[in-house]
Design a protein around this ligand. Structure first.
Ligand SMILES: Nc1nc2c(ncn2[C@@H]2O[C@H](COP(=O)(O)OP(=O)(O)OP(=O)(O)O)[C@@H](O)[C@H]2O)c(=O)[nH]1
Ligand SMILES: [Mg+2]
Length: 223
């Protein structure tokens, strides 16, 4: 089916056990043609396990999830570029809906809106509040109307990505990609997804979510 655009799925990992079942499910959902690129900052042993899983595994030398995703995007060959967290918290069927949304022209970038589908224990009231504040700031500045700019799931078109591929990532997670695309005049949309509690391991993103949030706010306002 040559009219079906190729999809690349980029997954940033630090020692996430859930990724191994995710890989299988992504293949079942999107088909064997889908390129899966894992940008990893784990132990050597974990990296070897990734290689055995038959995905394209890249070792990250620098730090930060934004740099990891940027590296994966640069290596990807798909027309549709997806990124999803490796901890099994984001609904994979939601990823498939996001792909369909971008493919049908809903927006240049589609975010997975977790707030529409929070399951019990998946997001503390504190983080939910912080997310709402930061996303409101984003909506005021960029008039996008989305609900969850700190999500761990996005889908974007390759031609949109090419506009920001030379921007040096700053510490804002997926909001970095949304801010930079919005600055380029790209449209940002969303699909509602389910969000599950993390089953294994600990949060890898930031030691202090408060400091992280303040940093994201300053990037939204001043970048
Ligand atoms: N390669 C790479 N992956 C990262 C880095 N920081 C976080 N990750 C991965 O990015 C994803 C998001 O990180 P999480 O630790 O789940 O962050 P979070 O969702 O805010 O935290 P939880 O609510 O505890 O899940 C996970 O797949 C992590 O393994 C990094 O510096 N490099
Ligand atoms: Mg997580």
């Amino acid at each position: 089916m040559s009219d079906v655009p190729k999809i690349s799925v980029i997954i940033p990992t630090i020692e996430e056990e859930s990724v191994f079942s995710m890989i299988k499910k992504v293949r079942r959902l999107l088909g064997g043609e889908t390129e899966i690129i894992i940008v990893d900052k784990s132990s050597k042993a974990y990296f070897m396990r990734l290689k055995k899983a038959g995905v394209r595994a890249i070792r990250q030398k620098d730090k930060g999830v934004e740099n990891a995703i940027m590296l994966g995007l640069k290596k990807a060959s798909g027309e549709l570029l997806v990124s999803i967290d490796a901890d099994g918290t984001h609904e994979l069927e939601g990823m498939a809906r996001g792909i369909n949304a971008v493919r049908s022209g809903k927006a240049d970038m589609v975010l997975g809106n977790r707030l529409a589908g929070l399951s019990e224990g998946s997001m503390s009231p504190y983080l939910r509040f912080g997310n709402i504040v930061l996303t409101s700031l984003f909506d005021i500045v960029y008039r996008s109307g989305v609900h969850d700019v700190l999500t761990g799931l996005f889908v974007m078109r390759r031609d949109a990505f090419l506009k920001i591929r030379d921007v040096k990532p700053y510490r804002a997670g997926i909001a970095f990609f949304a801010i930079e695309l919005a600055k380029q005049g790209c449209t940002i949309g969303e699909v509602d997804i389910k969000y599950y509690p993390r089953k294994e391991g600990r949060s890898k993103l930031a030691k202090s979510k408060l400091m992280y949030g303040i940093g994201v706010a300053s990037h939204i306002l001043f970048k």
